[in-house]
Design a protein around this ligand. Structure first.
Ligand SMILES: Nc1ncnc2c1ncn2[C@@H]1O[C@H](COP(=O)(O)OP(=O)(O)OP(=O)(O)O)[C@@H](O)[C@H]1O
Ligand SMILES: CC(=O)N[C@H]1[C@@H]2OC[C@@H](O2)[C@@H](O)[C@@H]1O[C@H](C)C(=O)O
Length: 399
């Protein structure tokens, strides 16, 4: 297991709690594996310090990954099969928690996001009198039983109970760890789905101006397209090299940009339910009249991710940020980064590695922080990002 360089991120705290060693576990909408982060956390509320001690990705066994993707795409399974899948995921998460500690002092707390298999946020008229629904499986009960460590999971439910979308939850963590005294920043995660946190320069009423939402597809459509074009031989476009050899069809991107989700004002969140297999098939159909070759098609999907991010900033931010920092697997897609930079013109685009937080493990670190907040009775959601009516404690605790 590789040791990740130590990175410390602090929010200038004067009051420090004794340090707690926490494991953050996350598997996102790409379903590529479990990201585990071993993190030392101290402080309270937004005044916290988080130091990454080790980070590692543990790929899912192929049969589990394939079943998760099928379930996400709408496959019907029995309650027996659901219980088996839930347990298999929980066991894989527990194993990741055990392995990340090897060679290190043990952790006393685990924050486990689990695996999202269904996300149904409600907005506009559909929301009247109803709550959203978001299901993450991989039971905390099993993780705490197998590891012997207090485990917190089911982070999205309390926000949904407060009429929020249950996502994105990372904005409050981003604000705590990545604000700057004079620079406004967008922290852009590009996982299967993309999500942004806008953090104004710290000072005055900066907290009330923080925003966050899901920008739309990150890598989900690209990954599905690569699998489709290679008959399953490849699962993603490494460094964006394949797309870089093509030319994006801008007319098609303009057409796709008109889709409802991109016009919907925040708070908003989405998932593979929208940007999944059916969406890709529609994209393939739409592309037929332009006779795109595979590289052009991938370049066009990459452009959709870049354009949807930039379009959402221009449409929904109070002002454009001074800088944009990428994280998540898509931050490694050099062609996507280049196209986003082109969209954002003079706003520098780099990765959160540059501001001392691992771009690969930021989401896993975030779930360690969210668990720490639950453990220390601090709210974890940001109502401006999720649409909840109030700040709430997030997560269920299994001692
Ligand atoms: N070197 C690379 N070049 C291009 N793409 C990459 C590279 N490394 C990772 N990716 C992309 O990143 C994806 C994984 O990203 P990540 O782990 O951040 O997603 P996730 O956490 O599952 O999703 P989400 O943030 O939506 O929950 C892969 O599926 C792949 O598309
Ligand atoms: C329901 C769900 O799992 N949503 C994820 C997904 O992946 C990215 C984006 O969509 C984001 O809203 C969220 O994850 C991050 C960790 C969040 O809640 O902030």
């Amino acid at each position: 297991m590789g040791e990740t360089p130590k990175t410390t991120v602090s929010s200038k705290s004067k009051i420090q709690n004794p340090m707690t060693r926490v494991i953050g576990l996350m598997s996102g909408t790409s379903v590529d594996g479990i990201d585990a982060a071993l993190v030392d956390i101290s402080g309270r509320g937004l005044d916290i310090k988080a130091e990454l001690i080790a980070g590692e990705t543990y790929p899912y066994p192929t049969e589990i990954r394939e079943l998760i993707l099928e379930v996400c795409a709408g496959k019907a399974i029995s309650m027996f099969e659901l219980a088996e899948l839930d347990d298999a995921i929980a066991r894989a998460f527990a194993e990741a928690a055990i392995n990340i500690q090897i060679g290190h002092q043990s952790a006393t707390l685990i924050g486990s996001h689990g695996q999202t298999v269904y996300h149904r946020p409600l907005t506009g008229k559909f929301a009247e009198g109803k709550l959203g629904y978001s299901l993450q499986i991989g039971r905390g009960t099993v993780i705490s039983h197998l590891t012997g460590i207090t485990t917190i999971n089911n982070f999205r439910a309390a926000d949904i109970a407060a009429s929020g979308q249950g996502a994105p939850l990372v904005p409050r963590v981003d604000a705590a760890l990545l604000s700057h005294p004079s620079e406004s920043r967008c922290i852009q995660n590009i996982g299967g789905i993309g999500n942004v946190t806008y953090i104004p320069a710290r000072g005055g009423d900066w907290l009330s101006k923080i925003r966050g939402w899901d920008t739309g597809p990150g890598n989900s459509l690209l990954d599905l397209a690569v699998e489709h074009l290679t008959d399953g031989a490849k699962t993603y476009d490494e460094d964006g090299n394949w797309a870089a050899s093509g030319t994006p069809c801008l007319e098609l991107v303009e057409q796709w940009k008109q889709q409802d989700y991109f016009q919907l004002p925040p708070p908003k969140s989405t998932g593979r339910e929208l940007f999944g297999v059916d969406y890709l098939h529609q994209c393939l159909k739409d592309s037929q009249r332009f006779k795109l070759n595979p590289a052009d098609f991938l370049a066009t999907l990459t452009e959709l991710t870049a354009v949807s991010i930039a379009h959402s900033y221009r449409s929904f931010l109070p002002q454009m940020p001074h800088r944009v920092f990428l994280c998540g697997g898509g931050s490694r897609n050099l062609y996507l980064k280049h196209r986003l930079q082109k969209q954002l013109v003079s706003i520098p685009v780099s990765t959160t590695d540059e501001i001392m937080i691992s771009a690969d493990f930021k989401e896993a670190i975030a779930f360690a922080v969210l668990a720490y907040w639950r453990y220390t009775d601090s709210p974890g959601n940001l109502p401006a990002a999720t649409g909840a009516t109030k700040e709430v404690l997030l997560g269920n605790i299994y001692w």
